[in-house]
Design a binder for this molecule. Sequence first.
Ligand SMILES: NC(=O)C1=CN([C@@H]2O[C@H](COP(=O)(O)OP(=O)(O)OC[C@H]3O[C@@H](n4cnc5c(N)ncnc54)[C@H](OP(=O)(O)O)[C@@H]3O)[C@@H](O)[C@H]2O)C=CC1
Ligand SMILES: Nc1nc(=O)c2c([nH]1)NC[C@@H]1CN(c3ccc(C(=O)N[C@@H](CCC(=O)O)C(=O)O)cc3)C=[N+]21
Length: 299
Amino acid sequence: MTTVIDGKQVAASVIDAVKTATAALEKNTGVKTGLAVVIVGDDPASHTYVGAKGRMAKECGFNSIQHTLPAETTQAELAKLVATLNEDASIHGILVQLPLPKHLNAEAIIQSIRPDKDVDGLHVVNAGKLATGDLATGLISCTPAGAMLVVRRVHGEDLSGLNAVVIGRSNLFGKPMAQLLLHANATVTTAHSRTKDLATVARNADILVAAVGRPEMVKADWVKPGATVIDVGINRIAAPERGEGKSRLVGDVAFAEAGEVAAVITPVPGGVGPMTIAMLMANTSIAAHRAAGQTPPKF
Ligand SMILES: NC(=O)C1=CN([C@@H]2O[C@H](COP(=O)(O)OP(=O)(O)OC[C@H]3O[C@@H](n4cnc5c(N)ncnc54)[C@H](OP(=O)(O)O)[C@@H]3O)[C@@H](O)[C@H]2O)C=CC1
Ligand SMILES: Nc1nc(=O)c2c([nH]1)NC[C@@H]1CN(c3ccc(C(=O)N[C@@H](CCC(=O)O)C(=O)O)cc3)C=[N+]21
């Protein structure tokens, strides 16, 4: 029997904990947790995600602010907004939705966010803390933190003796995911577009994580029988069977066939995606607790 992880349910338990912590923080210190999400341009998928983040932030009891800037915003204008949010004591978390329009230097913007407000965990200070094993004082990228929550629920805190393979090496996901698994004592392989014989590498994994951006690339024969498969990919593909011009979301894993071989698998949608948003709320709550001089709960 394969266990299909209900990401919405795991996310709901995190959101519940964030709600409780947020209310307690406000009661004890008067600090209302604040999250600012910045979106530039009109990419429809980005607007969908940002809308979901705003709704969730309100549900958590946050002061939720969204800045929607036109596609032709200049680097200086965006930098000025980030500087204002950096100085704003009512804002504890700043998220600049990626990708930014091509004429903007996203890396420069990310590095200009105050590390203690960088709820995406992308600032070099936060990436460096994770890399050096300081998980207690930094902020960890939301998607790997969410994926790790599933891994912990299935395998516990200690992954000693388990082989983990992460396909993808981005700063947003692959690298921090590999570091979190390593920190939990897994034996970690990071695979990418230059990896030779990827199927064989993947089949060695007790924990297989796919974050590539290629629809249904991971097939049944890439999966070790009994493995845990975490599908991070979000790909929108044409679905003519649903009607003309319709589309649907699929992951990087061929869910139906891989699910026959895996012991545990996360679906798309309804897997890692909802957990990403939940961990963004958790990071914002952590940042607010630290700003108020309180010890944040462990989410
Ligand atoms: N669920 C969620 O909340 C989130 C989902 N995502 C999704 O996760 C996926 C990955 O995102 P992200 O890490 O930002 O993407 P990137 O495009 O930054 O990275 C993709 C990685 O996959 C590797 N890759 C590409 N093609 C192949 C291939 N044929 N074989 C092996 N490796 C390959 C690349 O290798 P190389 O480095 O060599 O080019 C790269 O390291 C996307 O589908 C994205 O939408 C992302 C963030 C959040
Ligand atoms: N600065 C920044 N940080 C990010 O973390 C970030 C980003 N930019 N840009 C884009 C990616 C992608 N991402 C997702 C979040 C939630 C879902 C999610 O909730 N997905 C739902 C489905 C949503 C739908 O139906 O479209 C699910 O998987 O069930 C997906 C993808 C965060 N990202």
